[in-house]
Write a protein that binds this ligand. Sequence first.
Ligand code: ATP
Ligand code: MG
Length: 139
Amino acid sequence: MTTNRTFTMIKPDAVANGHIGNILAMITNAGFRIVSLKLTQLTVADAQAFYAVHAQRPFYGELVDFMSSGPIVAAILEKENAVADFRTLIGATNPAEAAEGTIRKLYATSMGENAVHGSDSDENAAIEGNFHFSGREQF
Ligand code: ATP
Ligand code: MG
């Protein structure tokens, strides 16, 4: 089954480096409709919960510190097959392995500071989107 919604964050590195506009343009040019959008910041507790699946990994502390270090852009996006198509648009986790023309190839600086998040399943897309946006903020 395919879904029509995913959730993304433009991460603190890409916000600090001035890439919000270019990344949103790539997203909309790829056919995603913006359902919800805001500039916000994760607390340490938010980042710990968001990446809890990685709690035992050696990079977890660094990841939590980075993701809570500054503002992010949170968004819910809509498109047919949204989760998979958005993962294709952002490229591999490690920008050195990301395909040409992907958001991470263009804007990520390292494995840790890799510009954007994309949900990995329909279920997580719904959980993550509903964490950031109330029903009246989803259009
Ligand atoms: P995201 O969930 O942020 O969209 P992803 O799904 O491509 O990224 P995950 O495996 O979920 O990758 O890892 C979450 C994040 O943890 C990565 O985006 C990256 O910032 C960081 N990360 C993952 N693996 C490593 C690693 N080996 N070293 C440093 N950071 C890592
Ligand atoms: Mg992930």
